[in-house]
Design a protein around this ligand. Sequence first.
Ligand SMILES: Nc1ncnc2c1ncn2[C@@H]1O[C@H](COP(=O)(O)OP(=O)(O)OP(=O)(O)O)[C@@H](O)[C@H]1O
Length: 300
Amino acid sequence: MTIAIDTRGLTRLHGPVRALDDVTVQIRENTITGLLGRNGAGKTTFMSLATAQDRPTSGELRVLGEPPFERAKVLERLCFIRDNQRYPDDYKLRHALRAARVFYPNWDQAVADELVSLFRIPEKTVIKKFSRGQFSALGIVLGLASRAPITFFDEPYLGLDATARSHFYDALLRDYTEHPRTILLSTHLIDEMDRLLERVVILDRGRVVRDAEVDELRGAAFQVSGRTEAVERFAEGSDLLSLHRVGGLATAVMEGPASEDVRAAARAADLEIGSVSLQQLVAAYGFDGAESASEKGARA
Ligand SMILES: Nc1ncnc2c1ncn2[C@@H]1O[C@H](COP(=O)(O)OP(=O)(O)OP(=O)(O)O)[C@@H](O)[C@H]1O
């Protein structure tokens, strides 16, 4: 297994704010990894450090085997698509594409042309007058057509309508399958994107709280649903992550594998047992801004 991004104790302080706090993580090469976490968790900071747009306060960082700072050889192999990208005032689509063609050694013009037409990006309008969605679509075109060995997408979907988002996911998967490379994506749209993700790193207040294969995470919890009383009784004494009650019915997400014994007990209590989605799991742990059962318990 080759590591694309390797960090040891990576820390970035802004005064009292620990934007990244002692982060030790290895991002695998040729994998799509999701960087998840609530607002302010440190996702953009991580990407900015890995692309040498910012410097760490302490800790070690290696990208493609080297510290990225002032290493042209490393930097030309990275593409960072962020939501506040600046373009010169008079830039139109063709100027951005021309600059990208010069900058990215693996640039694929045919991919760019196809995506420009798919996303209906205007050719005559200056980029600074683009709608939010058109601006995001341009970032996606640059990110995919760059074919950079490591591509960072920091919430690349802002302003995109549902059809355009779906075009993005399909184009990303298709191009990645044909040309495997390392892709790091930050997102809050976990349900929509979970089919893209092979691994996730979840950050909370600058720290890594989970770093796992998506399949491994999904197998780490299960849900039971049915009559509230029966669900509550079933959940007693087990590792309850979240409990939602609606009318007389409830759904509980519980940590641990759904073993045969657990399944038999659920059937005996007339409860439905099922798997949880990545979004449900992230929400159950409270990493999406919702309050987890353990936080609620701690307050009570
Ligand atoms: N230049 C800066 N000066 C001061 N604080 C900063 C600076 N940049 C980031 N921070 C703080 O560092 C923390 C991490 O910010 P970051 O932008 O990395 O979070 P994020 O996970 O990308 O959030 P979001 O999902 O909202 O985009 C936040 O508390 C933010 O306010």
